[in-house]
Ligand binder design. Structure first.
Ligand code: AMP
Length: 514
Protein backbone atom coordinates (compact mmCIF):
# COMPACT_ATOMS: atom_id res chain seq x y z
CA UNK A 1 0.00 0.00 0.00
CA UNK A 2 1.23 3.49 -0.85
CA UNK A 3 0.59 6.91 0.71
CA UNK A 4 -1.18 7.87 -2.55
CA UNK A 5 -3.72 5.09 -2.11
CA UNK A 6 -4.66 6.49 1.30
CA UNK A 7 -6.22 9.50 -0.41
CA UNK A 8 -3.80 12.11 0.92
CA UNK A 9 -3.65 15.38 -1.02
CA UNK A 10 -0.63 16.07 -3.28
CA UNK A 11 0.98 18.72 -1.04
CA UNK A 12 0.92 16.35 1.92
CA UNK A 13 2.28 13.51 -0.23
CA UNK A 14 5.15 15.78 -1.25
CA UNK A 15 5.87 16.66 2.37
CA UNK A 16 5.79 13.02 3.40
CA UNK A 17 8.19 12.12 0.61
CA UNK A 18 10.49 14.95 1.67
CA UNK A 19 10.46 13.52 5.20
CA UNK A 20 11.87 10.33 3.66
CA UNK A 21 8.83 8.10 4.10
CA UNK A 22 8.22 5.69 1.23
CA UNK A 23 5.40 3.48 2.45
CA UNK A 24 2.93 3.91 5.29
CA UNK A 25 3.57 1.93 8.47
CA UNK A 26 0.82 -0.49 9.66
CA UNK A 27 -0.65 2.02 12.14
CA UNK A 28 -0.75 4.65 9.40
CA UNK A 29 -2.44 2.25 6.96
CA UNK A 30 -5.22 1.47 9.39
CA UNK A 31 -5.64 4.83 11.14
CA UNK A 32 -5.47 7.38 8.32
CA UNK A 33 -8.66 6.24 6.54
CA UNK A 34 -10.57 6.11 9.84
CA UNK A 35 -9.55 9.64 10.84
CA UNK A 36 -10.45 10.91 7.37
CA UNK A 37 -13.88 9.29 7.72
CA UNK A 38 -14.42 11.25 10.94
CA UNK A 39 -14.43 8.17 13.21
CA UNK A 40 -13.30 8.08 16.81
CA UNK A 41 -10.22 5.87 17.14
CA UNK A 42 -8.77 3.88 20.02
CA UNK A 43 -5.19 3.17 18.99
CA UNK A 44 -3.03 0.69 20.85
CA UNK A 45 0.44 1.34 19.52
CA UNK A 46 3.86 1.48 21.05
CA UNK A 47 6.38 4.16 20.42
CA UNK A 48 8.30 4.11 17.15
CA UNK A 49 5.47 2.78 15.02
CA UNK A 50 4.81 6.00 13.10
CA UNK A 51 1.84 6.88 15.29
CA UNK A 52 2.29 10.66 15.04
CA UNK A 53 1.94 10.74 11.26
CA UNK A 54 -1.00 8.33 11.59
CA UNK A 55 -3.06 11.09 13.20
CA UNK A 56 -1.24 14.24 11.99
CA UNK A 57 -1.49 13.59 8.23
CA UNK A 58 -5.29 13.15 8.05
CA UNK A 59 -5.81 15.97 10.57
CA UNK A 60 -3.81 18.41 8.45
CA UNK A 61 -5.78 17.31 5.42
CA UNK A 62 -9.07 17.90 7.26
CA UNK A 63 -8.03 21.47 8.09
CA UNK A 64 -6.64 22.23 4.64
CA UNK A 65 -9.75 20.92 2.89
CA UNK A 66 -12.18 22.72 5.18
CA UNK A 67 -10.83 26.21 5.74
CA UNK A 68 -12.82 28.65 7.86
CA UNK A 69 -15.02 31.11 5.98
CA UNK A 70 -13.40 34.45 5.19
CA UNK A 71 -13.59 36.79 8.14
CA UNK A 72 -14.52 34.05 10.63
CA UNK A 73 -12.53 34.37 13.87
CA UNK A 74 -9.65 31.93 14.03
CA UNK A 75 -10.22 29.33 16.71
CA UNK A 76 -8.39 26.25 17.93
CA UNK A 77 -9.78 23.51 15.70
CA UNK A 78 -7.50 20.66 16.71
CA UNK A 79 -6.08 19.86 20.13
CA UNK A 80 -3.40 17.26 20.87
CA UNK A 81 -2.59 16.49 24.50
CA UNK A 82 0.67 14.75 25.23
CA UNK A 83 2.49 14.05 28.53
CA UNK A 84 5.98 15.53 28.08
CA UNK A 85 7.49 18.72 26.72
CA UNK A 86 9.87 16.83 24.47
CA UNK A 87 7.03 14.87 22.94
CA UNK A 88 4.96 18.05 22.51
CA UNK A 89 7.85 19.72 20.67
CA UNK A 90 8.39 16.67 18.53
CA UNK A 91 4.74 16.42 17.53
CA UNK A 92 4.76 20.17 16.80
CA UNK A 93 7.80 19.73 14.54
CA UNK A 94 6.05 16.86 12.75
CA UNK A 95 2.96 19.02 12.14
CA UNK A 96 5.21 21.76 10.73
CA UNK A 97 6.95 19.26 8.41
CA UNK A 98 3.79 17.54 7.19
CA UNK A 99 1.82 20.79 6.88
CA UNK A 100 4.39 22.76 4.90
CA UNK A 101 2.85 25.02 2.20
CA UNK A 102 -0.62 24.49 3.61
CA UNK A 103 -2.77 27.02 5.49
CA UNK A 104 -2.36 25.37 8.91
CA UNK A 105 -0.79 26.97 11.98
CA UNK A 106 0.38 24.70 14.78
CA UNK A 107 1.38 26.03 18.19
CA UNK A 108 3.01 24.23 21.12
CA UNK A 109 2.26 24.78 24.79
CA UNK A 110 4.16 23.33 27.77
CA UNK A 111 5.31 24.35 31.21
CA UNK A 112 8.78 25.11 32.53
CA UNK A 113 9.23 28.14 30.25
CA UNK A 114 7.70 31.62 30.18
CA UNK A 115 4.10 31.64 29.03
CA UNK A 116 4.12 34.93 27.05
CA UNK A 117 5.48 33.59 23.73
CA UNK A 118 2.88 30.84 23.90
CA UNK A 119 0.09 33.34 24.62
CA UNK A 120 1.32 35.48 21.70
CA UNK A 121 1.29 32.46 19.38
CA UNK A 122 -2.29 31.71 20.44
CA UNK A 123 -3.32 35.31 19.78
CA UNK A 124 -1.83 35.21 16.30
CA UNK A 125 -4.37 32.51 15.51
CA UNK A 126 -3.19 28.93 15.96
CA UNK A 127 -5.62 26.36 14.64
CA UNK A 128 -3.69 23.31 15.90
CA UNK A 129 -2.56 23.27 19.54
CA UNK A 130 -0.18 20.63 20.84
CA UNK A 131 -0.05 20.87 24.61
CA UNK A 132 0.94 19.32 27.90
CA UNK A 133 -2.11 19.25 30.17
CA UNK A 134 -0.75 21.27 33.13
CA UNK A 135 0.20 24.47 31.26
CA UNK A 136 -2.85 24.27 29.01
CA UNK A 137 -5.17 24.11 32.01
CA UNK A 138 -3.30 27.03 33.52
CA UNK A 139 -3.74 29.16 30.39
CA UNK A 140 -7.39 28.15 30.15
CA UNK A 141 -7.94 29.40 33.68
CA UNK A 142 -6.29 32.70 32.81
CA UNK A 143 -8.72 33.08 29.92
CA UNK A 144 -6.15 32.71 27.14
CA UNK A 145 -7.50 29.49 25.67
CA UNK A 146 -10.98 28.50 24.59
CA UNK A 147 -11.73 25.05 23.32
CA UNK A 148 -15.29 25.48 22.07
CA UNK A 149 -14.18 25.41 18.43
CA UNK A 150 -12.28 22.11 18.67
CA UNK A 151 -13.22 19.64 15.96
CA UNK A 152 -10.59 16.95 16.63
CA UNK A 153 -9.13 16.02 20.01
CA UNK A 154 -6.13 13.69 20.30
CA UNK A 155 -5.04 12.15 23.57
CA UNK A 156 -1.55 10.78 23.01
CA UNK A 157 0.30 8.35 25.29
CA UNK A 158 -2.70 8.01 27.58
CA UNK A 159 -0.98 5.40 29.77
CA UNK A 160 1.90 7.78 30.47
CA UNK A 161 -0.59 10.52 31.32
CA UNK A 162 -1.87 8.13 33.94
CA UNK A 163 1.60 7.23 35.24
CA UNK A 164 2.52 10.88 35.53
CA UNK A 165 -0.66 11.84 37.33
CA UNK A 166 -2.18 13.95 34.53
CA UNK A 167 -5.43 12.07 34.12
CA UNK A 168 -7.33 14.55 36.29
CA UNK A 169 -6.16 17.49 34.16
CA UNK A 170 -7.01 15.56 31.01
CA UNK A 171 -10.56 14.97 32.20
CA UNK A 172 -10.99 18.63 33.17
CA UNK A 173 -9.76 19.78 29.77
CA UNK A 174 -11.88 17.24 27.89
CA UNK A 175 -14.95 18.52 29.75
CA UNK A 176 -14.45 21.93 28.09
CA UNK A 177 -14.58 20.55 24.56
CA UNK A 178 -17.75 21.08 22.52
CA UNK A 179 -20.32 18.28 22.52
CA UNK A 180 -19.60 17.31 18.93
CA UNK A 181 -16.00 16.51 18.11
CA UNK A 182 -13.85 13.63 16.93
CA UNK A 183 -11.60 11.94 19.50
CA UNK A 184 -8.49 9.85 18.92
CA UNK A 185 -6.92 8.14 21.91
CA UNK A 186 -3.51 6.45 21.69
CA UNK A 187 -1.87 4.35 24.35
CA UNK A 188 0.93 1.78 24.31
CA UNK A 189 -0.76 -0.20 27.08
CA UNK A 190 -4.36 -0.36 28.24
CA UNK A 191 -4.50 -0.39 32.03
CA UNK A 192 -8.01 -0.39 33.51
CA UNK A 193 -8.04 3.39 34.14
CA UNK A 194 -7.11 4.17 30.54
CA UNK A 195 -9.80 1.79 29.36
CA UNK A 196 -12.32 3.66 31.51
CA UNK A 197 -11.11 7.00 30.19
CA UNK A 198 -11.47 5.69 26.65
CA UNK A 199 -15.02 4.57 27.36
CA UNK A 200 -15.85 8.04 28.70
CA UNK A 201 -14.24 10.03 25.89
CA UNK A 202 -14.81 7.95 22.76
CA UNK A 203 -18.06 7.36 20.88
CA UNK A 204 -18.35 4.13 18.91
CA UNK A 205 -14.59 4.01 18.40
CA UNK A 206 -12.80 1.90 15.88
CA UNK A 207 -9.93 -0.02 17.46
CA UNK A 208 -6.52 -0.10 15.90
CA UNK A 209 -3.86 -2.29 17.41
CA UNK A 210 -0.24 -2.49 16.39
CA UNK A 211 2.60 -4.24 18.18
CA UNK A 212 1.35 -4.95 21.69
CA UNK A 213 3.79 -3.84 24.34
CA UNK A 214 5.00 -7.37 25.08
CA UNK A 215 6.33 -7.83 21.54
CA UNK A 216 9.63 -6.04 21.54
CA UNK A 217 10.67 -4.68 18.20
CA UNK A 218 12.05 -7.65 16.33
CA UNK A 219 14.95 -5.93 14.64
CA UNK A 220 16.52 -4.97 17.96
CA UNK A 221 19.51 -7.05 19.01
CA UNK A 222 19.10 -7.44 22.77
CA UNK A 223 21.73 -8.61 25.23
CA UNK A 224 22.43 -8.63 28.93
CA UNK A 225 25.50 -8.22 31.13
CA UNK A 226 25.40 -9.45 34.71
CA UNK A 227 27.60 -6.87 36.36
CA UNK A 228 28.06 -5.38 39.82
CA UNK A 229 26.65 -1.93 40.36
CA UNK A 230 30.10 -0.46 41.04
CA UNK A 231 31.47 -1.82 37.77
CA UNK A 232 28.68 -0.65 35.48
CA UNK A 233 30.48 2.59 34.71
CA UNK A 234 33.62 0.75 33.54
CA UNK A 235 31.64 -1.63 31.40
CA UNK A 236 29.63 1.20 29.86
CA UNK A 237 32.79 3.19 29.05
CA UNK A 238 34.39 0.14 27.49
CA UNK A 239 31.38 -0.71 25.35
CA UNK A 240 30.98 2.91 24.25
CA UNK A 241 34.62 3.01 23.21
CA UNK A 242 34.72 -0.38 21.52
CA UNK A 243 31.42 -0.83 19.81
CA UNK A 244 30.33 0.56 16.54
CA UNK A 245 28.19 3.19 18.19
CA UNK A 246 26.77 6.11 16.25
CA UNK A 247 24.52 7.39 18.99
CA UNK A 248 23.65 5.87 22.35
CA UNK A 249 20.83 6.59 24.75
CA UNK A 250 21.67 5.44 28.27
CA UNK A 251 18.85 4.99 30.78
CA UNK A 252 19.45 5.77 34.40
CA UNK A 253 16.88 5.04 37.09
CA UNK A 254 17.48 8.32 38.89
CA UNK A 255 18.26 11.93 38.07
CA UNK A 256 21.34 11.88 40.30
CA UNK A 257 22.44 8.64 38.73
CA UNK A 258 22.22 10.26 35.30
CA UNK A 259 24.48 13.13 36.38
CA UNK A 260 26.88 10.66 37.98
CA UNK A 261 27.17 8.68 34.75
CA UNK A 262 28.03 11.87 32.85
CA UNK A 263 30.83 12.57 35.37
CA UNK A 264 32.14 9.00 35.29
CA UNK A 265 32.19 8.89 31.48
CA UNK A 266 34.04 12.20 31.42
CA UNK A 267 36.79 10.61 33.55
CA UNK A 268 37.03 7.92 30.87
CA UNK A 269 37.31 10.56 28.15
CA UNK A 270 33.75 10.20 26.87
CA UNK A 271 31.61 13.30 26.48
CA UNK A 272 27.93 12.85 27.22
CA UNK A 273 24.92 14.99 28.11
CA UNK A 274 22.08 14.28 30.52
CA UNK A 275 18.40 15.16 30.45
CA UNK A 276 16.10 14.71 33.42
CA UNK A 277 13.47 16.49 35.44
CA UNK A 278 15.95 18.65 37.40
CA UNK A 279 17.31 20.27 34.25
CA UNK A 280 15.73 23.46 33.00
CA UNK A 281 13.85 23.39 29.73
CA UNK A 282 16.67 25.18 27.92
CA UNK A 283 19.27 22.76 29.33
CA UNK A 284 17.15 19.86 28.13
CA UNK A 285 16.71 21.36 24.69
CA UNK A 286 20.42 22.13 24.44
CA UNK A 287 21.34 18.60 25.43
CA UNK A 288 18.90 17.17 22.90
CA UNK A 289 20.13 19.50 20.17
CA UNK A 290 23.75 18.49 20.84
CA UNK A 291 22.78 14.85 20.72
CA UNK A 292 20.65 15.15 17.60
CA UNK A 293 23.38 17.08 15.76
CA UNK A 294 25.92 14.38 16.63
CA UNK A 295 28.07 16.77 18.69
CA UNK A 296 27.48 14.47 21.61
CA UNK A 297 27.25 10.75 20.88
CA UNK A 298 25.86 9.76 24.25
CA UNK A 299 22.69 10.96 25.95
CA UNK A 300 21.91 9.90 29.52
CA UNK A 301 18.25 10.09 30.43
CA UNK A 302 15.69 9.03 32.98
CA UNK A 303 12.55 7.28 31.78
CA UNK A 304 10.32 10.29 32.17
CA UNK A 305 12.64 12.70 30.38
CA UNK A 306 13.28 10.27 27.54
CA UNK A 307 9.67 9.49 26.93
CA UNK A 308 8.72 10.20 23.38
CA UNK A 309 12.08 11.53 22.26
CA UNK A 310 12.54 10.63 18.65
CA UNK A 311 16.12 10.52 17.49
CA UNK A 312 16.52 9.33 13.95
CA UNK A 313 19.18 6.68 13.57
CA UNK A 314 19.68 5.97 17.26
CA UNK A 315 21.94 2.92 17.12
CA UNK A 316 22.17 1.82 20.76
CA UNK A 317 20.11 1.87 23.91
CA UNK A 318 21.78 0.98 27.21
CA UNK A 319 19.77 0.05 30.25
CA UNK A 320 22.37 1.13 32.79
CA UNK A 321 19.77 0.36 35.44
CA UNK A 322 17.01 -2.15 34.90
CA UNK A 323 13.64 -0.38 34.76
CA UNK A 324 11.34 -0.53 37.78
CA UNK A 325 8.36 -1.35 35.56
CA UNK A 326 8.81 -4.08 32.94
CA UNK A 327 6.83 -2.15 30.30
CA UNK A 328 9.44 0.61 30.51
CA UNK A 329 11.95 -1.87 29.06
CA UNK A 330 9.91 -2.08 25.87
CA UNK A 331 9.51 1.70 25.73
CA UNK A 332 13.22 2.20 26.31
CA UNK A 333 14.49 -0.19 23.71
CA UNK A 334 11.83 1.10 21.30
CA UNK A 335 13.96 4.24 21.04
CA UNK A 336 16.26 2.28 18.75
CA UNK A 337 15.23 0.16 15.77
CA UNK A 338 12.55 2.71 14.90
CA UNK A 339 10.39 2.51 11.80
CA UNK A 340 12.00 -0.67 10.59
CA UNK A 341 15.67 0.18 11.25
CA UNK A 342 18.09 -2.08 13.10
CA UNK A 343 19.13 -1.32 16.64
CA UNK A 344 20.98 -2.70 19.63
CA UNK A 345 19.78 -2.77 23.23
CA UNK A 346 22.20 -3.67 26.01
CA UNK A 347 21.08 -4.17 29.61
CA UNK A 348 23.15 -4.17 32.78
CA UNK A 349 21.82 -6.11 35.73
CA UNK A 350 23.30 -6.28 39.24
CA UNK A 351 22.21 -8.61 42.00
CA UNK A 352 19.71 -6.08 43.35
CA UNK A 353 17.93 -5.93 40.00
CA UNK A 354 17.28 -9.62 39.45
CA UNK A 355 13.58 -9.23 40.22
CA UNK A 356 13.18 -6.46 37.62
CA UNK A 357 15.10 -8.56 35.08
CA UNK A 358 12.82 -11.52 35.65
CA UNK A 359 9.75 -9.31 35.23
CA UNK A 360 11.11 -7.98 31.92
CA UNK A 361 11.85 -11.48 30.65
CA UNK A 362 8.39 -12.64 31.65
CA UNK A 363 6.84 -9.74 29.77
CA UNK A 364 8.81 -10.18 26.56
CA UNK A 365 8.54 -13.95 26.80
CA UNK A 366 12.19 -14.80 26.46
CA UNK A 367 15.49 -14.81 28.25
CA UNK A 368 17.86 -12.01 27.31
CA UNK A 369 21.05 -13.56 25.95
CA UNK A 370 23.85 -13.09 28.50
CA UNK A 371 27.21 -11.70 27.39
CA UNK A 372 30.41 -11.95 29.39
CA UNK A 373 32.70 -9.05 30.20
CA UNK A 374 35.88 -8.53 32.16
CA UNK A 375 33.66 -7.40 35.04
CA UNK A 376 31.58 -10.47 35.82
CA UNK A 377 29.14 -10.26 38.67
CA UNK A 378 30.95 -10.89 41.94
CA UNK A 379 28.49 -9.61 44.48
CA UNK A 380 25.90 -12.31 44.83
CA UNK A 381 24.21 -11.19 48.01
CA UNK A 382 21.39 -8.72 47.49
CA UNK A 383 21.68 -5.53 49.50
CA UNK A 384 19.82 -5.74 52.78
CA UNK A 385 16.56 -3.74 52.42
CA UNK A 386 17.48 -1.88 55.65
CA UNK A 387 20.78 -0.82 54.12
CA UNK A 388 18.98 0.27 50.97
CA UNK A 389 16.54 2.36 52.98
CA UNK A 390 19.39 3.92 54.95
CA UNK A 391 21.16 4.80 51.72
CA UNK A 392 17.94 6.26 50.37
CA UNK A 393 17.52 8.40 53.46
CA UNK A 394 21.12 9.53 53.22
CA UNK A 395 20.72 10.55 49.59
CA UNK A 396 17.50 12.41 50.42
CA UNK A 397 19.15 14.23 53.31
CA UNK A 398 22.08 15.19 51.08
CA UNK A 399 19.71 16.54 48.44
CA UNK A 400 17.77 18.57 50.98
CA UNK A 401 21.01 19.85 52.52
CA UNK A 402 22.02 21.07 49.06
CA UNK A 403 18.77 23.02 48.90
CA UNK A 404 19.45 24.46 52.35
CA UNK A 405 16.74 22.40 53.99
CA UNK A 406 17.11 19.80 56.70
CA UNK A 407 15.86 16.28 57.08
CA UNK A 408 16.14 13.83 59.90
CA UNK A 409 19.30 11.90 59.21
CA UNK A 410 19.11 8.15 59.45
CA UNK A 411 20.66 6.95 62.67
CA UNK A 412 22.87 4.30 61.23
CA UNK A 413 24.27 4.38 57.75
CA UNK A 414 26.09 1.39 56.47
CA UNK A 415 26.38 1.92 52.74
CA UNK A 416 26.22 4.87 50.44
CA UNK A 417 24.75 4.91 47.02
CA UNK A 418 21.22 4.45 45.77
CA UNK A 419 19.22 7.57 45.15
CA UNK A 420 15.47 7.45 45.03
CA UNK A 421 13.73 6.88 41.71
CA UNK A 422 12.94 10.07 39.81
CA UNK A 423 9.25 9.79 40.39
CA UNK A 424 7.14 7.06 41.85
CA UNK A 425 4.80 5.49 39.36
CA UNK A 426 1.15 6.32 39.84
CA UNK A 427 -0.50 3.93 42.23
CA UNK A 428 -2.82 2.61 39.58
CA UNK A 429 0.11 1.66 37.41
CA UNK A 430 1.24 -0.96 39.90
CA UNK A 431 0.85 -4.52 38.68
CA UNK A 432 -2.60 -5.90 39.32
CA UNK A 433 -2.55 -8.74 41.80
CA UNK A 434 -5.17 -10.95 40.28
CA UNK A 435 -6.47 -9.60 37.01
CA UNK A 436 -4.84 -10.67 33.79
CA UNK A 437 -4.41 -7.20 32.34
CA UNK A 438 -2.94 -7.72 28.90
CA UNK A 439 0.07 -5.47 29.29
CA UNK A 440 1.05 -7.06 32.58
CA UNK A 441 0.30 -10.68 31.82
CA UNK A 442 3.14 -12.93 30.81
CA UNK A 443 3.51 -13.49 27.13
CA UNK A 444 1.52 -16.67 26.41
CA UNK A 445 4.05 -17.62 23.76
CA UNK A 446 6.77 -17.58 26.39
CA UNK A 447 8.56 -20.84 26.98
CA UNK A 448 8.46 -21.90 30.61
CA UNK A 449 11.45 -20.22 32.19
CA UNK A 450 13.46 -21.62 35.02
CA UNK A 451 14.41 -19.12 37.68
CA UNK A 452 17.82 -17.54 37.20
CA UNK A 453 18.63 -17.94 40.87
CA UNK A 454 17.68 -20.14 43.75
CA UNK A 455 16.64 -23.79 43.82
CA UNK A 456 15.72 -25.02 40.37
CA UNK A 457 17.82 -22.37 38.65
CA UNK A 458 18.95 -23.29 35.18
CA UNK A 459 22.73 -23.42 34.85
CA UNK A 460 23.83 -20.65 32.58
CA UNK A 461 24.67 -21.90 29.11
CA UNK A 462 27.08 -19.05 28.70
CA UNK A 463 30.08 -20.60 30.45
CA UNK A 464 30.65 -23.99 32.03
CA UNK A 465 31.62 -24.09 35.68
CA UNK A 466 35.38 -24.40 35.92
CA UNK A 467 36.89 -27.45 37.50
CA UNK A 468 36.85 -27.29 41.23
CA UNK A 469 34.30 -24.48 41.26
CA UNK A 470 31.22 -24.69 43.43
CA UNK A 471 27.85 -23.15 42.90
CA UNK A 472 26.50 -20.53 45.19
CA UNK A 473 22.76 -20.47 45.50
CA UNK A 474 20.91 -17.37 46.51
CA UNK A 475 18.27 -18.50 48.93
CA UNK A 476 15.31 -16.76 50.50
CA UNK A 477 16.05 -13.35 51.94
CA UNK A 478 19.16 -13.12 49.85
CA UNK A 479 21.14 -15.53 52.05
CA UNK A 480 23.94 -17.38 50.35
CA UNK A 481 23.43 -21.12 50.67
CA UNK A 482 25.88 -23.75 49.72
CA UNK A 483 24.44 -26.77 47.96
CA UNK A 484 24.92 -30.07 49.69
CA UNK A 485 28.50 -31.28 49.68
CA UNK A 486 29.75 -28.04 48.27
CA UNK A 487 32.21 -25.64 49.76
CA UNK A 488 30.50 -22.29 49.91
CA UNK A 489 31.78 -19.03 48.59
CA UNK A 490 34.03 -19.99 45.71
CA UNK A 491 32.23 -19.39 42.43
CA UNK A 492 28.77 -18.63 41.20
CA UNK A 493 27.30 -20.99 38.63
CA UNK A 494 24.00 -19.22 38.84
CA UNK A 495 25.54 -16.39 36.85
CA UNK A 496 27.64 -18.57 34.67
CA UNK A 497 30.73 -17.00 36.15
CA UNK A 498 34.07 -18.59 35.90
CA UNK A 499 36.06 -16.42 38.28
CA UNK A 500 36.19 -16.93 42.00
CA UNK A 501 33.80 -14.82 43.99
CA UNK A 502 35.68 -12.13 45.84
CA UNK A 503 34.98 -11.36 49.42
CA UNK A 504 33.29 -8.04 49.44
CA UNK A 505 34.07 -5.45 52.02
CA UNK A 506 30.97 -3.29 51.77
CA UNK A 507 32.45 -0.60 53.97
CA UNK A 508 35.07 -0.01 51.25
CA UNK A 509 32.66 -0.33 48.39
CA UNK A 510 31.68 -3.26 46.33
CA UNK A 511 34.13 -5.09 44.22
CA UNK A 512 37.06 -3.26 45.69
CA UNK A 513 35.87 0.12 44.52
CA UNK A 514 37.53 2.95 46.40
P1 AMP B 1 6.52 7.96 15.93
O1 AMP B 1 6.06 6.58 16.32
O2 AMP B 1 5.42 8.80 15.40
O3 AMP B 1 7.29 8.61 17.05
O4 AMP B 1 7.54 7.79 14.70
C1 AMP B 1 8.75 7.14 14.82
C2 AMP B 1 9.72 7.48 13.71
O5 AMP B 1 9.31 6.91 12.48
C3 AMP B 1 9.88 8.96 13.43
O6 AMP B 1 11.27 9.20 13.24
C4 AMP B 1 9.16 9.21 12.15
O7 AMP B 1 9.74 10.27 11.42
C5 AMP B 1 9.37 7.89 11.44
N1 AMP B 1 8.30 7.53 10.49
C6 AMP B 1 6.98 7.75 10.63
N2 AMP B 1 6.30 7.25 9.59
C7 AMP B 1 7.21 6.69 8.77
C8 AMP B 1 7.13 6.02 7.51
N3 AMP B 1 5.97 5.80 6.91
N4 AMP B 1 8.27 5.59 6.95
C9 AMP B 1 9.47 5.79 7.56
N5 AMP B 1 9.62 6.43 8.74
C10 AMP B 1 8.50 6.87 9.34
Amino acid sequence: MSFESLGLMPVILKNVLKAGYETPTPIQRSTIPLVMAGKDVLGCAQTGTGKTAAFALPMIQQLAKNPLKDGAPRVIRQLILTPTRELALQIYENFVTYGKNLPVTPCVIFGGVGQQPQVDALHKGADIVIACPGRLWDLMNQGYVRLDGVETFVLDEADRMLDMGFIHDVRRIAAKLPQKHQTLLFSATMPAEVEKLAMDLLHNPESVKVDPVSSTVKKIDQSLYMVDKANKKFLLAKLLKESDIESALVFSRTKHGADRIVRELKKEGIQSVAIHGDKSQSQRQNALAKFKSGESKVLIATDIAARGIDIAGLSHVFNYDMPMEPEAYVHRIGRTGRAGRDGTAVSFCCIDEIKQLEQVEKLIGKRLPVKQSEWPMMVTTPTDPKEKEAARQLAKAARLAKLGRTAEMPKKLTVSGNAAPERKAHKSAAPAKTSARPEKAANPAAPEMKPRFGPGAAPSPAKPLPKGGQAIVIGKGGKVQAPAAAKPGKTSAAHGLSKPVQRVNRARGRNGER
